[in-house]
Write a protein that binds this ligand. Structure first.
Ligand SMILES: [Fe+2]
Length: 354
């Protein structure tokens, strides 16, 4: 069933799938570490990047397969940002699986009245997600819809990235697909930055191919305790970049790699640091990134295997009801390729918590 604005079926979702405020999450605590500790991974100043917001118009729908999988900013400039109507599921699936690996979607929240109704937006977004694939729980409370906003003044222990202000450096989230519906942008800043994992690997291969196997071997990750700030344990070694049956799969969040090393008392080897530094350098390379500020009612969907995302720092509105706000889904879908075995856990990241 296609999702259409005003679809009468949208309100037939189970009542427990209404908008909720997330209270638990493990992986995305990592995002907060960046803003809380103030550690910088070499982010390029915003002004150096070209915001593509003004580069496309609502008339440019689809991209006709023009964007290669390992795209650079120049490729996106040439083709325009991929945009699809919310009922063009075939186009969206094709773009995510065989095209750019990300797309903007329009029409899900088409009017100011709908955009201002957070519950209605949540219902529409979940219905859309169910048409595209399967909703995944995003935290130990099994919430399938979370609000991304600054709640740092409400909760003592709530330094997770999606509930905190500030910059988030390029990283992947745990699931196969991420969907972000913008309800309200920040007063200023808060742009999303995207970069192709394949393009990062291409650039590393060009400069020092001996570092690629280091990233393929991977690193131990720190796994935080969701309830006790600072507590956690060292988890499995997770490869950063691997090829699976459906192509590349990237898992990356450097603060947890570094925290695992600190936790174990064993510093990262020099070759590991060199590989991570080069990965970060290209992940933040202005020529590889696209930057885009979502407008109210716009939906951004990412193939999280192939595209890393980041968020610029931002200045929020002083009034709470005006704060930057997005709704997020984590999704899997049968049409998504199987990840390499070492990344198989991505298909349901919260399964261990069930
Ligand atoms: Fe994220």
């Amino acid at each position: 069933m296609r999702v259409k604005a005003g679809d009468g079926n949208l309100r037939q979702l189970p009542s427990n799938q209404t908008v909720t405020v997330a209270t638990r999450m493990c992986w995305l605590v990592i995002s907060a570490c960046v803003s809380v500790t103030g550690k910088s991974l070499g982010i390029i100043p915003f002004s150096y990047l070209r915001d593509l917001t003004s580069m496309t118009t609502p008339q440019q729908i689809g991209n006709n397969g023009q964007i290669p999988a390992n795209w650079t900013q120049k490729d996106i400039q040439n083709s325009g940002l991929p945009r699809y109507a919310a009922d063009d599921l075939d186009g969206i699936v094709s773009e995510l699986s065989n095209g750019a690996g990300f797309t903007l979607v329009q029409g899900l929240a088409p009017t100011p009245e709908v955009i201002s109704d957070v519950e209605e937006c949540g219902i529409r977004l979940q219905k859309f997600g169910q048409d595209l694939g399967r909703l995944l729980p995003q935290n130990s409370e099994q919430e399938q819809l979370v609000e991304i906003s600054d709640f740092s003044d409400e909760d003592e222990f709530d330094d997770r990235g999606y509930r905190s202000p500030g910059e988030l450096t390029p990283h992947t989230d745990p699931p196969p697909i991420i969907a972000l519906l913008c309800l309200r942008p920040a007063h200023s800043g808060g742009a999303n930055r995207l970069v192709s994992a394949g393009s990062i690997r291409d650039a590393i291969r060009d400069e020092d191919p001996t570092l690629v196997p280091v990233l393929e071997a991977g690193f131990p990750y720190f796994m935080p305790d969701e309830k006790k700030q600072g507590d956690g344990h060292i988890g499995d070694v997770i490869p950063t970049l691997l090829d699976g049956p459906g192509g590349i799969s990237c898992v990356y969040y450097r603060p947890f790699i570094e925290r695992a090393a600190e936790f174990s008392g064993i510093p990262l080897p020099a070759r590991s640091v060199a590989a991570l530094d080069m990965f970060d350098r290209f992940a933040n390379d202005a020529e590889l990134q696209v930057q885009y500020t979502l407008e109210p009612g716009e939906l951004l969907i990412l193939n999280n295997y192939r595209v890393l995302h980041a968020r610029d720092d931002y200045v929020d509105w002083p009034e709470k009801h005006k704060r930057r706000s997005l709704l997020r889904l984590w999704l899997d879908a049968d049409w998504m390729p199987e990840p390499p075995p070492a990344h198989a856990g991505r298909r349901n990241p919260m399964a261990d918590l069930l």
